[in-house]
Design a protein around this ligand. Structure first.
Ligand SMILES: Nc1nc2c(ncn2[C@@H]2O[C@H](COP(=O)(O)OP(=O)(O)OP(=O)(O)O)[C@@H](O)[C@H]2O)c(=O)[nH]1
Length: 572
């Protein structure tokens, strides 16, 4: 796998991991934010709803308490059979009726159980006495229960079957100067209007309900859940708040909150909150205690409706786009700053490996890779320079060796190999140009005895001298050489037979004359042969050697020129 693929794979892997981590962090964070926000909203909402409820009830409760402390009503309750007191009391009741929001009231006397009532239509004018409360009638149990409990104030949601109305009743006990209970007064609020105005305010995602000390539902948008006549129901038969929750843990949680708030009832404005599931949807529940009426307010916020997670999707989109742009930028930077320079460097290394020091243009970014490329370029230049220098030296040495391999070390003339090469060249040239060339073969006479008498070193000296005289006796473009031992060969080109003979004689004579001057006279026997085009080296050398042999045989120190018709060479 290439480096590019690996780096891009690694980058993609890292980005996937980062995205995953970011997504988890986003989920955790968004949940956290929504929860914190929800808790704040729940607390504000529960306080707001409580304030709205209390605001709408406070005036009615105050009026009802005022009515309960009216002396005309108390006096009458103590003496219910006195007609004067009754008419004064009814006058008082009617004056309160016009002040109550519902324009209705009720008065119940403990002494005789008489129940008085009039409504906003003044339907029972002059006939306010409606019926007698019966302790044995379940519908009237509320009255006797409240009297027994001795609670001075109570809110009660109850249908009055006698009157055919369902109201939120405000019940206040009437006491005489000694504190004895003498009756009960109050007013009612139309339940449907109340639910619509205070409880079911139509805000999507927000549910408000009120429960009493026992958790019995007193006000809720769905009337079927309301625990009517709660006060007279035994425990276990009440419609309690846990009916709303499917999860037993939620029930426990809410009931726990009610207990806690009840304990802290002296601390004003306390709110508890927690998550619950209602109708399969997660809600945040805010709970507050309303000591003025002895109820709890519960506000349920459906967070998915109030703040759907889709609101945060633009954030996710921004994140994803940023991620993609980052990946693209990362790719471009890695490509231009690392991968391209590395690839151009690799290409250059490959060229050097193949023996070429002419580098292509290298990418050199201002980083470690660029510096490496620069070092490599300089190193390659100096390597190329040294290699060229070395190659030149090797070629020079090789030429020198080649030259030395063709030179006789003692005399400095061509050796046998050198002579062979020149002979081949001359044979070729003769063939090409259809011209002949001359060959001289000479041998020092009696050289063995010179060696024997004067010594080998003196012999060498004579060989060197003969070489010098030989060189001096031929033309600059001729090729003198030492064939081996005391034998020398000269190739004459261009040449004709006359020149061959003339030069051969000149050599023979100059050796004899010059050696005289040295005190060690020597002579040479010389064989010559004029090679014709088409002659090969064997023929040529054999003829020259034969001519030399003849010169020797005829007494030495003489020249013999061989011919192609020589019967001893060509016996046929
Ligand atoms: N000093 C010296 N002697 C050499 C060298 N090479 C060969 N010789 C000697 O040269 C002599 C050649 O003798 P030949 O050519 O056979 O005989 P010659 O005595 O010259 O007699 P002819 O040729 O018949 O006149 C031998 O004794 C070799 O040992 C050399 O490099 N230096």
């Amino acid at each position: 796998m290439s480096l590019k693929t690996r780096i891009l794979g690694l980058a993609a892997g890292l980005i996937v991991v980062a995205s995953l981590a970011s997504w988890l962090a986003y989920r955790e964070l968004s949940e956290n934010i929504i929860e914190r926000w929800g808790q704040q909203v729940a607390e504000i909402q529960v306080r707001y709803d409580s304030a709205r409820l209390l605001q709408s009830l406070e005036r009615e409760i105050g009026l009802a308490k005022q009515m309960a402390s009216s002396s005309a009503l108390i006096n009458w309750a103590v003496n219910p059979d006195a007609p004067a007191l009754e008419s004064e009391a009814i006058r008082q009741m009617e004056s309160f009726r016009s002040n109550f929001r519902d324009n209705s009231y009720f008065v119940a006397l403990l002494e005789n159980g008489h129940y008085y009532y009039n409504n906003e239509k003044n339907e029972y004018a002059g006939d306010q006495f409606r019926y007698v409360l019966d302790a044995d009638k379940p519908d009237d149990a509320w009255f006797f229960q409240l009297i027994e409990e001795g609670r001075d104030f109570h809110l009660n949601v109850n249908p009055d079957t006698e009157l055919g109305v369902t109201k939120l009743w405000i019940d206040v006990l009437m006491r005489d100067q000694t504190g004895q209970i003498v009756g009960m007064v109050g007013t009612g609020l139309n339940l449907d209007d109340f639910l619509q105005d205070i409880v079911d305010i139509g805000q999507e995602g927000i549910t408000t309900l009120f429960v009493d000390y026992n958790g019995a539902i007193q006000l809720y948008r769905d009337r079927n859940f309301i625990d009517f006549a709660s006060i007279i129901k035994p425990e276990g038969q009440k419609n309690t708040v846990d009916l709303l929750f499917d999860d037993p843990q939620d029930k426990q949680q809410i009931l726990g909150m009610l207990q806690l708030l009840k304990k802290r009832s002296d601390q004003v404005g306390q709110v508890e909150s927690g998550f619950v599931t209602v109708d399969g949807r997660k809600h945040l529940a805010g709970v507050a205690f309303l000591p003025a009426i002895g109820w709890f307010e519960i506000t349920l916020l459906d967070l998915n409706t109030l703040l759907p997670r889709s609101y945060l999707w633009p954030l996710v989109a921004v994140f994803l786009v940023t991620l993609l742009v980052t990946l693209l930028l990362f790719h471009l930077i890695i490509q231009s700053r690392i991968l391209k320079p590395i690839m151009s460097l690799e290409h250059a290394v490959e060229k050097v490996r193949e023996g070429s020091f002419d580098l292509p243009r290298l990418d050199k970014p201002d980083n470690e890779i660029g510096w490496l490329a620069d070092h490599f370029e300089k190193m390659t230049h100096s390597l190329g320079h040294s290699t060229r220098e070395l190659e030149a030296k090797v070629a020079q040495r090789t030429d020198e060796l080649n030259r030395l391999a063709r030179i006789d070390p003692l005399t400095g003339l061509k050796n046998r190999r050198g002579l062979d090469e020149v002979l081949d060249e001359e044979i070729q040239r003769a063939r090409r140009q259809e011209t002949g060339f001359g060959v001289i073969w000479l041998d020092i006479d009696h050289f063995k005895s010179i060696n024997d008498t004067l010594g080998h070193q003196a012999g060498d000296q004579i060989l060197c001298r003969v070489a010098l005289w030989l060189k001096a006796g031929v033309r600059p473009y001729d090729h003198p050489g030492r064939w081996g031992g005391d034998e020398f060969v000269v190739l004459l080109s261009p040449c004709d037979p006359e020149t061959l003979e003339r030069i051969a004689r000149r050599i023979c004579e100059s050796v004899a004359q010059e050696s005289q001057k040295t005190g060690t006279p020597v002579t040479v026997s010389v064989g010559g042969y004029f090679a014709s085009p088409g002659d090969n080296s064997d023929t040529i050398l054999r003829h020259a050697d034969h001519a030399l042999y003849q010169a020797k045989r005829e007494g030495r120190n003489r020249v013999r020129i061989g011919t192609t018709e020589d019967p001893e060479i060509n016996p046929a």
